[in-house]
Every structure is written in C-alpha cells, then in structure tokens.
Design a protein around this ligand. Structure first.
Ligand code: IPD
Ligand code: CA
Ligand code: CA
Length: 270
C-alpha cells in the first residue's frame, strides 16, 4: 500500500524550496574554482552538490528508510520500496552563465513506479507537481497539456546531444525534418522545465536523446497526470532507462515519434 501520499509531496516541496533558495542566492557568484568538468561540455558546480545534500537531508529527516538516486552523489541502485530520484540543479550550464533557465527536479518511485514529481523554477517561483492519480498542478492550480492538434501550429522543445556529439548529424536531420512541419522549436537548457512546460500547455511536444533518469522522472509523471504521453524512441515505456525521450500531447506525440523513428532507427529499443 502507498502510505503518506501528501506527506511525500510536503517533503518534496520543502526540499525543492530550500534548494531553489540556495541556487538563487548563488546565481552570479560562481567562480572558476566552483566548477568541475565531468566530461567535455558537462559541468558540475559547488551549488549542484550543496543543493543535492540539502534535498537529501531534508527528505531523510522525514523518511530515513528511503533510498536515493541523485545525480551528483548517490547512485543507489537498490530501489527498496521507496526511492527518490533527484536532479538538484537541472540546467547547470545555464546557471554557470547566468542564463535564467534552470530548475530543481524531485521524483519519488514506489516499487519502481514513479508516483510523485515536483519541478521547481526558483526564478519564476513556479512549482509543477503531480501525484499518481491526482492530476498535475502549477502552484496548486490544475494544469493540462495543450489542445493544439496540428503540427503546423505546434511549439516543440528539445535538447542538443552535447554529451554525444557523435549523434549530431542524425540529430540535425531529425531537427530539420521536424522543423519543416512545426511552427517553431526551442532549446532552453533544462529538460525538466521543458517537460513541465509541456504538462501545462506552454509547448506541445519534446524530444531529446541521452537524458538520465533524474532529468526525466519528475517530468514524466507530471506530463502523464496532465493528459500527455511520454515514451522512449521506440514508442515504449523504457524512457527512464534509455533516456531517449519523446513526449507530447495525445494529438502530436505520434507525429513526433514517427519522425524520430525515421531517423534514429539504430538507437530504437527493441
Ligand atoms: C541537462 C539539461 C539540458 C539537457 C541535458 C541535461 P544538467 O541537465 O537538462 O537541458 O539537454 O541533457 O543533462 O546537466 O544541467 O543537470
Ligand atoms: Ca539534468
Ligand atoms: Ca543537474
């Protein structure tokens, strides 16, 4: 049985607010010494790590038995009954440059199913939340995916494959194919916010290759609870494991998936 549903959301909410506050206080105050390179084009800052500790400590105070999968410190493959999946700062490159698009993403998994998601944009004071079966919310108000039904009227979001630059030719081919069919495409730099915006109708579909579970976990349940669809590149449910994501409104998800399948045949999960 799933217990304490709203206590879970309370803990996620508190942790997200504390982390958001820490991130905003440090915006514009990052020196070279605060930044470490994980791999080419992939950075982590002191603030990512501090935010993660703050989130984990806040949740642990309330739920000491729970497990964690967090980007910068704990890769707890032991899922247990409850496991929190945390991206303590989604949009680190933006944050380092002072580009004002980043978020905190917190999800809770119960027996390997995501049952709660919270994505907080501390600059706009917007928190997107969902619990399984209860709908999706923006600052406590119910939200839904958009009603746009034609690709030509749609606004699409995406992320560039900067960690896998070997994918760039195929990615650009896909981008071009989609670009010709839609109204426009955005690349803002926080996948969690891209998913949150899809859930509340600010954009209509999203695609990205090579994300991690912490980028997607919270957004996936918020999208589903808002009436949207999220799949892997094969159209199946393995999006957290593969990180290859197509999400969209029920009217448009299939159209974007068809384009993705047309180009990325070799990474489509069987
Ligand atoms: C990144 C952002 C970005 C996406 C990357 C992610 P990070 O997260 O979500 O939009 O394109 O693939 O890794 O590294 O800033 O937490
Ligand atoms: Ca991320
Ligand atoms: Ca991150």
């Amino acid at each position: 049985m799933i217990e304490n549903k709203s206590e879970f959301l309370g803990a996620a909410f508190r942790a997200a607010m504390l982390a958001g506050d820490l991130i905003v206080k440090n915006l514009g105050r990052i020196s070279e010494d605060d930044v470490t390179i994980k791999q080419a084009s992939d950075f982590v800052t002191r603030v990512d790590r501090e935010s993660e500790q703050l989130i984990i400590n806040t949740i642990k105070q309330k739920f000491p038995e729970h497990h964690f999968l967090a980007e910068e410190s704990v890769k707890d493959i032991e899922t247990g009954e409850y496991r929190w999946i945390i991206d303590p700062l989604d949009g680190t490159t933006n944050f380092i440059h002072g580009y004002p698009v980043f978020s905190v993403s917190i999800a809770l998994e119960y027996k390997k199913e995501i049952i709660l998601g919270a994505i907080f944009d501390p600059l706009r004071d917007e928190i997107f939340t969902a619990e399984k079966g209860k709908g999706a919310f923006l600052n406590g108000q119910p939200v839904n995916v958009s009603a746009i039904s034609e690709l030509e009227n749609s606004l699409i979001t995406t992320g560039f494959p900067f960690r896998r630059k070997d994918f760039i030719d195929n990615y650009l081919k896909l981008f071009k194919n989609i670009f010709h069919k839609v109204s426009d495409i955005r690349r803002a730099g926080s996948a969690a916010l891209d998913l949150a915006y899809l859930a509340c109708g600010r954009c209509d579909a999203f695609f990205e290759i090579g994300l991690s579970a912490w980028d997607v976990a919270a957004g996936s349940i918020i999208i589903k609870e808002a009436g949207g669809i999220i799949t892997d590149f094969g159209g199946g449910p393995d999006y957290l494991a593969t990180g290859n994501i197509v999400a969209g409104t029920p009217a448009l998800h299939g159209d974007i998936l068809k384009e993705v399948k047309g180009v990325f045949r070799e990474v489509i999960e069987k």
